[in-house]
Design a protein around this ligand. Sequence first.
Ligand code: G6P
Length: 439
Amino acid sequence: MSKGIKIVTIGGGSSYTPELVEGFIKRYDELPVRELWLVDIEAGKEKLEIVGAMAKRMVKAAGVDCEVHLTLDRREALKDADFVTTQLRVGLLDARILDERIPLSHGLIGQETNGAGGIFKALRTVPVILDIVEDMKELCPNAWLINFTNPAGMVTEAVLRYGNWDKVVGLCNIPVNAVFEEAELLGEKNSDLFFQFAGINHLHWHTITDKNGKDRTDELIKVMYGQDDAKSIVANIKDNNLIWEQVENLHMVPCPYHNYYYYTDKMLAEELEDFKNNGTRAEKVKEIEHELFELYKDPNLDYKPKQLAERGGARYSDAACEIINSIHNDKRTTMTVSTRNNGTITDLPAESAVEVTCTITGKGPVPYNFGSFKPQERGLLQVMKSMEELTIEAAVTGDYGTLLQAFTMNPLITSGDVAKEVMDELLEAHKQYLPAFFK
Ligand code: G6P
């Protein structure tokens, strides 16, 4: 039997953990995970204990030889890890409520990865991830970091640019979902199709080619957008509102988050309506989480409950397990991840993180070459990448002016005065998680 693998999951108390455990169990023959360390902080202790007990039951029911450890001591866990996964949320869901509520109450998009809320999620998260990387350099210098903490693209770029750590892969579930759902819409098996994604996290486009080399992109665009009841592929974004003539002209399939940029007014109106009637998405997620943890408490539950699919991040963790499997076994699976650009997209800096289709080898992701975008896509992409660069720089330096540049450049944050007002309110609200700004 090959040597067992040690995985450390930071933010182990997350409600998504059962999907991760299920992913490892089903790959056990290829990927013998013998130690799974679920790490959390004091504020997440109760959740860690509940979901950790559930993870132990799942492993036992599957009859695999894997020890599940629960700890609040990150450094103890990291020692000699082979893979570290990060699924943490700095400030827990209460911080996300503020990220959504404050912009919305000023009439701006309030969303966890886009606009003002997304910027603040990056500001809180980047320093914590860079700290984890410093611990990894000391305690597990050969390990890979698989990050699915949002905003996943900015976090990956921060690790590459400021953490001086190359063994990082950023992961999002949008491409995985697209592969599953869109193959079905085309009436094909996903293994018979090649999806080429290019762009950045939550702002990418893709083409689809079948096994005979035929480009099926326009056909899919027609199926998805050429009718009135087009549906989104993720649970947290409602219907796809995109304008038919615009999408048709792209000849690339946009991701669901393009709704925010191509149709800002409509998305904002929907969000404001929802906010008025039901509160923020984060508050809804809090309810779903509460229900999930009630289920996880059941000592007879030893499998992932179907209610987990109500969360937008479904299929994230399974994809993470597949990346780990592919790196460990040099499996060369085709997957879309955030990785260093290095000329894959010629319109963006070489050192940027980009979200592109890659072959996942034993040495990490190797991107399929993409080249350059048409102006239809290029303009927005370059603005957003510059905005990300400024946000990451602000997260590291705590520089107010740099942050204000990111805010005013972001197309979802409309006017200069409102931008500054919202930014100041968010800075104050998240003070305790932003030491770089309050030295
Ligand atoms: C998605 C995104 C994720 C995001 C999630 C939010 O589909 O790709 O990056 O975290 O949905 O889902 P939630 O259920 O937390 O609103």
